[in-house]
Design a protein around this ligand. Sequence first.
Ligand code: IMP
Length: 207
Amino acid sequence: MKMEKLSEKTTQSEWLIASNNQHKIDEIKLFFLQRGIKIKTLSLKEAGIQMDVDESENTFEGNAWLKADALKGLWNGNILADDSGLCVDALNGAPGVHSARYAGEPTSHANNVSKLLDEMKSVLDRKAFFVTVLAGYYNGMPFEVKGHVFGKIARMPMGWDGFGYDPVFIPNKCSRTFAELSHDEKNLLSHRAAALEQLVLKIKGCA
Ligand code: IMP
């Protein structure tokens, strides 16, 4: 399918983003805006849907499908679910699928970051990556794509923008954390953008 066709088609259909995380929703919306792709995206709030899925699977893929499938009976249009997290080499992949609740409930980005820095106090190997799995339905057909960004964990939080572990993640070939980058800059490098690129290729029939 050509890009023009994708734009024509998707302006008529809507994509529901299966997330209550406003940061993720904003990043997904910005991705399409930045690339001039005319896809109409709706958050759960905008669609008037209340949903809080228990992320009980032990893989990003499993949790992304839990979110996508929770919407299947409720929404006829396209569905896009995002499950993502931070994996640290020296912590054997933790916080991983437990990224959102790493420091326990109620969830707190600040507490998660503190716990991570604490665990890594004397760790020299600071390699880490973010991963996003996007799963859902496009014209009723299931799809699943994945994106990564590799980097390292900073020694202290730096920057105020973004969310989650952004203040302590420094992507490779960059001297600043995600939280020190502008939204536009983060959205060119991020795991979420990499997964969305895969999704666009898939929709266009190239992958
Ligand atoms: P979930 O996908 O809702 O299970 O949670 C993802 C969690 O991973 C978030 O609450 C953050 O802690 C972390 N995370 C995912 N993506 C990002 C990101 O782009 N920046 C910072 N933290 C992220």
